[in-house]
Ligand binder design. Sequence first.
Ligand code: ADP
Ligand code: MG
Length: 360
Amino acid sequence: MAKITLDNLAHSYLPNPSGEADYALKELNHDWADGEAYALLGSSGCGKSTLLNIISGLLHPSQGRILFDGNDVTHAPTAARNIAQVFQFPVVYDTMTVRDNLAFPLRNRGANPTYIAQRVNQIAAMIGMEDRLGQKARGLTADAKQKISLGRGMVREDVNALLFDEPLTVIDPHMKWELRTQLKALHHEFGHTMIYVTHDQTEALTFADKVVVMYDGRVVQIGTPQELFERPAHTFVGYFIGSPGMNLFDATIDGATATIANTSVDLGAGYAAAGQLQVGVRPEFIQLSTDGSGIPAQIKRVEDVGRHKIVRLEVNGQNIAAIANEGASIPADANHITFDPKGINVYANDWRVAPAAEAA
Ligand code: ADP
Ligand code: MG
């Protein structure tokens, strides 16, 4: 296991990149702590696989260095990095049995046959393939083959890190939860440094201690699920995480007061912010009011989603969402909304601005 350091790392697929837009991965400095489970979350094309492949050595970065426990491995081949990587689609040896596929990484390293037999059985149980160990991989479904790929990725206990690139894409939905749970169990048991790439926020938030959110080739926030929920560092994090995501209101700000849709709103803290300002409030922190206080709003519809209700409103021509408790009745005469100050974040040009007190 190792701490992985990214030092001034950036990558462009173009031979002569000229501006930032030419970089699939914008400049990045980050330590992946030894033994931590990370999710790398972002929409398709934001650079997740590019970053993962640079860490594993499948791709050489056009700028910067990668260190494992302080040792420069930037130019080291994949094999020398001692990393297990599982891809989106199965990579198995069709002519080999399930058992031989799982044993392959261990035999390759000259492990003892008794240990191999025992470890292969253990992994087979984790992926639910105990009864198919003697079968050839050829002829198995894509789902079963991907389970073998996962098992092969997990079989070695002595790797520096385990990298998963959207590994559950072809897995049956009801098996996804089960396999994710197994990966978490594996992390608890062996404490590998793990990086799990996904575009699915639920997968990211349930798997990882820390979530690394990427947007347009850039890491925009690294935090616990709670930090991403309470203090989104970038409007993209607010929008991408949460269901529905954070509401954004154009605002002018003077100290601790914002003006939104011609209404004064108490921010609960003072800001010294300039630029294109927005106030972000998650649906969980918006209340309906019937006494005329707050920002004028019209209820468009109410969706009952089981655990709670989503109230869709229009504010100054903009669609916004509020969340009400399951049992709450939605007053028909509610025509304003108010914000819980502890759920307010201020953004300048899409980046969060800390309140003056927090910044001091
Ligand atoms: P993700 O895994 O988040 O979907 P990728 O890392 O695969 O994103 O891709 C990031 C960007 O780099 C995309 O714009 C993609 O089109 C581009 N890209 C990926 N691989 C290559 C490649 N081999 N050559 C050129 N461009 C690529
Ligand atoms: Mg990818």
